[in-house]
Design a binder for this molecule. Structure first.
Ligand code: AMP
Length: 543
């Protein structure tokens, strides 16, 4: 027997309408390239997002057509987030940090028809324009610089709208957004987000036990809006009517701290690198900024325990979360369950440094060589997930072994799950270090090293070894102006790990190579140090 409830579709215009109807006075603040602040209210955002939808339709946008964006985080990108899907189009956020070759590949693969671009990013587009087939390019003027007559002005596009706009009858499984994964190997793969997935993801993100985004918040997505929907923060914030404070292109610690203080930010999200920079700045000048108690979501890479502790000292709470472009992206969040509040302080920190428990409607399992692995907090296996905002295939790539025959997505992450259900990422499958047939978690070693007061960053990676197949090597970037030796770091690690886990050597670098999304590019380190053991007489770590 069916229920008798209505089957109204879960589509983005309902979030936009709600924001326009109930939260018109709420502010949207954006830092512009010249550092000044652009301010308007949800009423303006609502009107302009609908103007954009109407204007795009007038420009010939058909249902399902892709509209690319090359933009930083600001009000106009927010308009695109809602206006493009409201017109029946697909918002294709393009990662502006990619190499022009990859941008050209992605735009051609997605068959983007239109592009909306920040004026300050036009020089980037000029490097790809000869290789792509865009029909029209609309430039958002964030500065006073004149727009080349070769392109159209975004404001002129909006001005073609008359206000007589009716949403198309959208179905919830239609695509609303698209993002290519920024993998470190192979060609980028396209993920298509449905309206339904984004709406459900927004509801899940707003839940008290996940990210708790509410209309009481002022939210700053530091994570770029071209990276997995800025983790869904703009969608959820609009759904609940939260004030938004966008950082624009200014992602350095001082600019961000200024924004947090001036706009009284209470919720923010970004990768660990950003927060490492911020905590170091705060430690130098603890009195300079008057901050609100903030929840700071950290994902994209593991949040080291030392970072969580450091922010607690400033009354700022790191919320560790895990997800992927393919999971819209929020999939797990680490909070202490009330039944675990009796744990010691150290145990609680260790739990918060795990990636956490799946959010409602997401299921997780770990799979090893012998099938599903036990949830004992020890056994590692490949993490697999499923749920209504997890991709079931890649765009125009029907065959892919990332999807199991029984309907799970293979994340490529290696994890343990403990009896309480807390998942902990121990590696990427391709970053695993297998020494003498046993897995060593590079992430555990990195986090331990980053807990040392002299270490700014550490990456641990595998180098070939004649006897053990692979051994770990650590690359460390010391904090500015601080001296530290390999012996000191080794002595620091020794009590924490089995002897055979300890890196064979610790090398000091000025910086760790990174991907466009700010993640360590361990493939580059592996390549750079692949002959390490040819030049030495490797010892016997397993004895
Ligand atoms: P992306 O699709 O670019 O967002 O990258 C997703 C990948 O980032 C995941 O598969 C993980 O390897 C990594 N990742 C995301 N969040 C975390 C986290 N909290 N801890 C460790 N790795 C993470």
């Amino acid at each position: 027997m069916n229920g008798t409830m209505m089957n109204t579709p879960l589509v983005l215009p309902s979030l936009l309408e709600r924001a326009g109807t109930f939260y018109g006075k709420v502010e949207v603040v954006s830092r512009l390239p010249d550092r000044s602040l652009h301010r308007y209210r949800y009423a303006d955002f609502y009107r302009r997002a609908k103007q954009l939808a109407e204007a795009l339709q007038k420009a010939g946008l058909r249902r399902g057509d892709r509209v690319a964006t090359l933009m930083w985080n600001h009000y106009a990108h927010l308009e695109a987030y809602f206006g493009i899907p409201a017109a029946g189009g697909v918002l294709h956020t393009v990662n502006l940090r990619l190499h022009p070759d990859d941008i050209a590949f992605i735009m051609n693969h997605a068959e983007d028809r239109f592009l909306i671009i920040d004026d300050v990013l036009v020089p980037l587009y000029e490097q790809v324009k000869g290789r792509v087939n865009l029909e029209r390019v609309f430039v958002v003027s964030l500065t006073d610089a004149p727009v080349s007559p070769e392109y159209e002005k975004y404001e002129d596009l909006l001005a073609t709208a008359t206000g007589d706009f009716h949403y198309p009858q959208l179905e919830e499984n239609e695509a609303a957004g698209m993002c290519y994964t920024s993998g470190t190997t192979g060609r980028p793969k396209g993920v298509l987000y449905s309206h339904r997935a984004i709406v459900l993801h927004s509801l899940a993100s707003a839940m008290a036990d996940t990210l708790a985004i509410s209309r009481r918040d002022t939210a700053t997505p530091v994570v770029p809006m071209f990276h997995a929907n800025a983790w869904g923060v703009p969608f959820a914030a609009v759904m609940v009517g939260a004030k938004l404070a966008f950082p624009g292109p200014h992602l350095d610690p001082v600019s961000l701290l200024d924004l947090f203080a001036e706009e009284r930010v209470t919720f923010t999200a970004g990768v660990p690198t950003i927060w490492l920079g911020i905590v170091q700045t705060l430690e130098k000048e603890p009195e300079r900024w008057k901050l609100q108690p903030m929840r700071m979501v950290v994902g994209g890479s593991a949040a080291p325990e030392g970072l969580i502790r450091a922010f607690d000292r400033f009354g700022l709470r790191i919320v560790h979360a895990w997800g992927m472009t393919e999971t819209t992206p929020l999939a797990t969040v680490s909070h202490i369950k009330p039944t675990l509040e009796g744990l010691s302080e150290d145990e609680q920190y260790a739990l918060r440094a795990k990636q956490g428990v799946p959010v409602p409607l997401i299921e997780a399992r770990i799979v090893g060589d012998a099938g599903e692995a036990p949830w004992d907090g020890q056994t590692m296996g490949e993490l697999q997930v499923r749920g209504p905002w997890v991709a079931s295939s890649y765009y125009r790539m029907p065959e892919n072994d990332s999807f199991t025959p029984d309907g799970w997505f293979r994340t490529g992450d290696v994890a343990t799950i403990d009896p309480e259900g807390y998942m902990k990422i121990t590696d990427r499958t391709k970053d695993l270090i297998k020494s003498g047939g046993e897995w060593i978690s590079s992430v555990d070693l990195e986090n331990a090293l980053m807990g040392h007061p002299a270490v700014a960053e550490a990456a641990v990676f595998a180098v070939p070894h004649p006897k053990w197949q692979e051994r770990p090597l650590a690359a460390v970037v010391p904090k500015a102006g601080i001296q530290v030796t390999e012996e000191e770091l080794r002595a620091y690690l020794e009590p924490k790990f089995a002897k055979w886990w300890l890196p064979d050597a610790i090398v000091f670098l000025e910086e760790i190579p990174r991907t466009s999304a700010g993640k360590f590019m361990k493939a580059k380190l592996r390549e750079q140090f692949k002959n390490w053991n040819d030049e030495r007489d490797p010892g016997s770590p397993h004895s």
